[in-house]
Design a protein around this ligand. Structure first.
Ligand code: DAH
Length: 498
């Protein structure tokens, strides 16, 4: 059997290749929304009522989990991870409770996302209506926080929402932490004086024993200096300050992870080799130059964060034309999983005492002790897709289909039963699986993709793995969930089961 990697959506692509997908002819498609998925009228989220329209695609199971605030729940591993990171930025102001419903303007436009950016697609993002969505990243608040101008440095920690793959490291709600630091050029007599201050601040940062690979110049055509706004010296010192600050943060996290491993009787990683990181060029609409920081961890390079020199037009939009600085963003789950050895992202949502009682804000990091392992119930679903001119997205980056994006602009009509079915997008199957099976679905993987040479019809086979973290599922339960998912696929996408 062919094993295909079921890479998830645009957001899951390494940031370094995401710019490729900005090209108009590589933009992913947007499926039409089936209006029967929501009740007519309005949605109430966090005490506010929002009108719905043909863009609405946020399902009830997501709304049911809105507002859990795991990142500030005491003794929760996500909160412990957040605090550990914040402790390396003691002078920063921490924003931990900004509401998750934001405008398209906040989430995309204010950051300079192009109108055809694929992150805007409804296949990737939960829309409440055409102009309102569940934030896809904490950067959605950058402009507002810069505008308020309450501190030179800040962090933003929050829940973020993305339509994405189902597997042990992807969940449609996860948590990010954003950080930024700026200096006010106006506060200095000259640009040189400002650079001198940043240099002084850089020299005061803690030194670390990390091995750092940083082969590229600070800026070059592929990762440009903002020539209109920054002198080369300004960009150089900002990059230096940024990199040292984030290296220090990463050392702290990984040293704690290492201590946790050693305390649990594992061999400490640093005994084998010193901690190693590398800087990789990246692209973000809201920074330039931009980088990702990767850490060598258990035999692999692990992408930990994205960062860069803040896009000056963004600061100008925020009413801070004289401020220059850097910003970063990271996913808290990924770091918490390695810090505590948590093997499945669904565990963060557990209310089971056997999970929650293992973590404490006071005291050292302790490795998670699995309290049970229930058997997996894998089931395959194999189907012919209907013949359609619309693009079919199975999301493997190499084969991502191409179509014009709605670009956050034109709403499309809801589909009705006598219209052609919406094009199949893998994230739709992910969502059906989550809606039907909740946290009892562990993984959905494309295992076969085949086009019949004569019939010119495409067949897909997905393996859906059912496994509860809390109990053993019966054969009947797994079958019932699987039948339900299959029925929804037939009804919504008119697939033909093989
Ligand atoms: N918003 C980016 C994402 O979700 C992460 C990010 C990258 C945030 C660079 C930043 C930054 O502040 O400077 O993928």
């Amino acid at each position: 059997m062919v094993k295909l990697t079921c890479a998830s959506s645009f957001w899951a692509l390494p940031a370094s290749i995401r710019p490729l997908f900005r090209s108009p002819h590589l933009v992913l498609s947007c499926r039409r929304y089936a209006s029967k998925d929501v009740s007519p009228g309005a949605l109430t989220i966090g005490g506010h009522s929002y009108p719905i329209d043909s863009w609405t695609n946020v399902p009830p199971n997501i709304l049911a989990q809105y507002g859990r605030k795991l990142h500030v729940q005491s003794d929760h591993p996500l909160s412990i991870t957040r605090q550990l990171i914040a402790s390396r930025f003691p002078s920063f102001r921490n924003h931990d409770s900004l509401p998750g419903v934001v405008t398209v303007e906040q989430n995309f436009d204010s950051l300079g996302f192009t109108p055809d950016h694929p992150g805007r697609n409804r296949t990737d993002t939960y829309y409440i209506n055409q102009s309102t969505l569940l934030r896809t990243h904490t950067s959605a608040h950058e402009v507002d926080v810069f505008r308020a101008n309450e501190s030179d440095g800040y962090t933003i920690s929050a829940d973020v929402y993305r339509r994405d793959a189902v597997d042990k490291s992807h969940y449609p709600i996860f948590h990010q932490m954003e950080g930024a630091l700026t200096w006010d050029r106006k506060a200095f007599a000259s640009s040189e004086a400002c650079i001198q201050q940043i240099t002084k601040d850089f020299e005061a940062l803690p030194k670390h024993p990390l091995v750092v690979e940083d082969p590229n110049p600070t800026y070059q055509p592929s990762n440009p200096l903002q020539t209109q706004y920054h002198s080369p010296e300004e960009a150089e010192i900002l990059a230096k300050h940024l990199k040292r600050s984030l290296e220090d943060m990463v050392v702290t996290i990984f040293a704690e992870a290492d201590k946790g491993l050693a305390a649990a009787g594992h061999r400490s990683k640093s005994e084998d080799e010193p901690l190693k990181v590398r800087w990789v060029e990246a692209f973000f609409p809201h920074t330039s130059p931009s980088w990702e920081l990767e850490v060598w961890w258990q035999g692999d390079w692990l992408e930990v964060l994205g960062c860069g020199v803040i896009d000056q037009p963004l600061l100008i939009r925020a009413g801070q034309p004289d401020r220059i600085g850097w910003a970063f963003g990271l996913g808290l789950e990924r770091l918490a999983m390695l810090l505590f050895g948590i093997p499945d992202i669904r565990l963060f949502w557990s209310t089971d005492k056997r999970f929650l009682s293992q973590f404490s804000e006071d005291g050292p990091i302790r490795r998670f002790q699995p309290f049970s392992k229930h058997p997996a119930a894998p089931r395959d679903v194999s189907f012919w897709l209907p013949k359609t001119d619309a693009p079919i997205i199975t999301n493997t980056p190499a084969t991502a289909s191409t179509a014009a994006s709605p670009a956050g602009g034109q709403p499309t009509e809801p589909s009705t039963s006598d219209q052609a079915p919406p094009a199949f997008h893998e994230n739709d199957l992910m969502e059906i699986a989550r809606n039907v099976a909740g946290d009892s679905v562990e993984d959905v993987t494309l295992i076969d993709d085949f086009t019949h040479p004569k019939k010119q019809r495409r067949s897909l086979c997905y393996r859906i793995t059912y496994r509860s973290l809390e109990r053993t599922l019966t054969t009947e339960e797994a079958n019932r969930m699987h039948d339900h998912i299959t029925r929804e696929l037939i009804e919504k996408y008119r697939v033909e089961i093989r």
